[in-house]
Design a protein. Structure first.
Length: 230
């Protein structure tokens, strides 16, 4: 790589935040339950005040679980804190016990360099959104993983919001509504292969939204992505 600044990124969660829950083993399989008990976290019918709304904890849970796809959150200390319990995620027992872990422990070591590149790009503002399509996509299913930088109200980097969605149903709906069809083109020039250098600063003209060639990535990026459907 022309720019190796990303190598300085840490994937462990060794820099506690003011929101980091202390005294609970991050790798505990029941981290959520232990952390909730220690913080006396609200639940059930108790209300949570959001910036533009008030919901009970159950309403908020139901809302997030109803989203069409997988949603996860990793904080700025690279601790995997949340995933929505959508129908897809309910099938994934390994994902359930990984909540609380640092992302260093939730993906294979051999892809740590790729993880660092994406995290560095989002943290430094070189890219605001990274899109990674699954290499197993086909004409019936086209799943894309999105990695979005999260910022607090003061504009400070606060972590990564990751979600995945199969966009093919939406594409098919659009085609039905407009009467159009997808037609392969043999004459169009091949699109240039996306380069990871665009995420590491080597390409200063890189767009804020960057698509990564999935063939460049042996696996996905954050902890919740280590269990992609193959």
């Amino acid at each position: 790589m022309a720019n190796s600044d990303f190598e300085q990124e840490y994937l462990s969660s060794n820099h506690p935040l003011k929101t980091t829950i202390q005294g609970v083993d991050m790798q505990a399989s029941d981290w959520v339950e232990q952390a909730a008990a220690q913080t006396q976290a609200t639940c059930g019918d108790n209300y949570v005040q959001l910036d533009r709304g008030i919901l009970t904890a159950d309403q908020l849970t139901n809302l997030l679980n109803s989203l069409p796809g997988k949603l996860t959150f990793v904080d700025s200390n690279n601790q995997f804190l949340y995933y929505n319990n959508s129908p897809e995620n309910k099938k994934n027992q390994k994902l359930a016990v990984q909540v609380g872990d640092s992302i260093e422990n939730t993906h294979p070591q051999q892809i740590s360099s790729y993880v660092k590149q994406v995290m560095h790009a989002l943290k430094t503002g070189q890219s605001d959104l990274v899109k990674i399509p699954l290499p197993t996509n086909n004409q019936e299913r086209y799943v894309v993983y999105f990695y979005k930088a999260v910022h607090d109200q003061a504009g400070n980097y606060a972590g990564v919001n990751e979600w995945s969605v199969d966009i093919m149903p939406l594409i098919n709906w659009y085609l039905q509504q407009t009467g159009q069809k997808l037609v392969p083109s043999n004459s169009a020039p091949a699109a240039p292969k996306p380069d990871m250098d665009a995420l590491t600063g080597a390409s200063q003209s890189a767009a804020k939204s960057q698509t990564i060639d999935p063939d460049d990535l042996p696996d996905s990026i954050t902890g919740a992505s280590t269990h992609l459907d193959k």
